[in-house]
Design a protein around this ligand. Structure first.
Ligand SMILES: [Zn+2]
Ligand SMILES: [Zn+2]
Length: 452
């Protein structure tokens, strides 16, 4: 039975979870609705402690822990089911350890480098990272390396890889309800008020003229998937477009939003149809799991100059038997984790205290995660781009600044600024002083949703 889903889309998060949840509570109060899902389009900054700075690509003077650590430690709980993709300002150690997606905190789910999940019967794709030509055909080598050049991996870690685009494209045309990415699909502005955008953002003009605004990888995905909705952030402005695919089928509604700052367009409430009723929970997508199994051999971890295994020219999408096999594996796993009969693929909720990762001496991106171990075991796959939790790994004490943090400061002193957006743009948000008297936090926490 079809039902509806109230989704709040948010642009860049930049660690401002308290403000975002407060704004959602305000939207709920004013509009008289209950929000079922918050989608964050990257630059989430899931920083748990100062040691995560080593994996975050921002100049040292703009480092700030912000709100996430309270949600991770259990001091606060996300009042709305929150799903996000990665951008170019992330705790790339933490997100890398959840390569296939997983919970970063109770009620806050990361979609992985690439992922597809069902949210209460709404099929959602996440495409993390931003475009960079230099890394597109390389392996995901950052996490497995024993010794790394931090200047290199701290940026390459969030650059999109061809294998992830290929995997997502296998889902096929008009098969998904929405795609969330950080970067815009290249050229999407041509389907909206491009002239108005060029007036508001004159520094985009050159790129727009060269058809170089946004990600070519996301352009490939937009054409391959033709989803009903596509949400992005990164360029820090609101922009809407209607992408007509020229085949008589339904167009894609594209929406980009700003970052969370006062008087900026960073939130949008939309109501969408979903294919089932009942509680809004995350469920694994059996076809996506079958794709992960079928394309596992396309993953590699060798660092450059090695290239990723080539993408085959002829590749069959998973058969119905492949999908049934993946579903059976996942159902068995989810049943053991307490999934109810009406949601047999429910993603197991986070259990136990937050995982304190041990630190690798020479690679700040190398981190293991028990969720990834369990996920790979469920699918019968080996670790390739990730590492398992081992008996020797003793979680380090959390929330202690490490002396090594300063060693990486020098890296940024000499590093070239990232191309888009320039660090000053990012910084202006980071350094804005907080409003004088924030509302009392406890009042913002919503009562638990009533399921009836
Ligand atoms: Zn960004
Ligand atoms: Zn941003």
């Amino acid at each position: 039975m079809a039902s509806h889903l109230n989704v709040i889309v948010e642009g860049c998060c930049h660690g401002e979870l308290d403000n975002i949840y407060a704004s959602i509570a305000e939207v709920e109060r004013r509009r008289g609705v209950k929000v079922d899902l918050l989608l964050c389009c990257g630059d989430f900054q899931s920083l748990r402690a100062e040691q995560d700075y080593d994996a975050l690509a921002v100049p040292p003077k703009y480092r700030e822990l912000k709100d996430f650590k309270k949600y991770w430690s259990g001091e606060k709980k996300a009042p709305v089911l929150t799903v996000f993709v990665g951008g170019n300002h992330e705790a790339s150690n933490f997100l890398g350890s959840l390569f296939y997606g997983g919970w970063v905190a109770p009620n806050i789910y990361y979609m992985g480098a690439a992922g597809c999940i069902n949210v209460g019967g709404w099929r959602l794709v996440g495409a993390s990272g931003i475009w960079h030509k230099r890394h597109y055909q390389l392996n995901h080598y950052e996490l497995r390396a024993e010794r790394v050049d931090v200047r290199d991996v701290i940026r390459s870690a969030y650059h999109v890889r061809e294998v992830d685009v290929f995997r997502l494209a296998l889902l096929g045309e008009r098969s998904v309800d929405a795609v969330v990415s950080h970067d815009w699909p290249r050229g999407v502005e041509r389907h909206g008020d491009a002239a108005g955008l060029a007036r508001r953002k004159p520094h985009f003009r050159d790129e727009m003229q060269r058809n170089d605004l946004g990600s070519p990888a996301n352009e490939i995905l937009l054409n391959a998937l033709k989803p009903a909705h596509w949400f992005s952030a990164h360029l820090h402005c609101k922009f809407a477009a209607l992408v007509n695919h020229g085949d008589g089928g339904k167009p894609t509604r594209f929406l980009a939003l700003d970052k969370c700052l006062p008087r900026r367009d960073f939130l949008q409430l939309i109501t969408v149809e979903r294919s089932k009723s009942g509680p809004v929970e995350l469920e694994y997508d059996a076809e996506w799991l079958a794709i992960l199994i079928k394309t596992h051999s396309l993953l590699g971890f060798e660092p450059p100059p090695a290239r990723a295994p080539p993408i085959p020219e002829e590749f069959q999408r998973p058969s119905s038997a492949d999908i049934a096999g993946a579903r059976a594996r996942a159902e068995k796993y989810c049943r053991r984790a307490g999934a109810p009969a009406e949601a047999p693929l429910r993603v197991p909720p986070l259990s136990g205290p937050p995982w304190h990762p041990p630190r690798h001496r020479f690679n700040p991106l190398q981190e293991a995660n028990p969720q990834t171990d369990a996920f790979l075991k469920m699918l019968g796959l080996e670790h390739v781009v990730t590492v398992p939790v081992t008996a020797q790994m003793r979680p380090c004490p959390p929330c202690k600044p490490l002396a090594s943090t300063t060693a990486h400061d020098a890296v940024f002193a000499n590093a070239a600024p990232p191309p888009v957006p320039p660090p000053t743009t990012e910084a202006s948000g980071v350094s804005t002083p907080p409003p004088p008297s924030p509302p009392k936090r406890s009042e913002l926490v919503l009562p638990p949703p009533v399921n009836d």
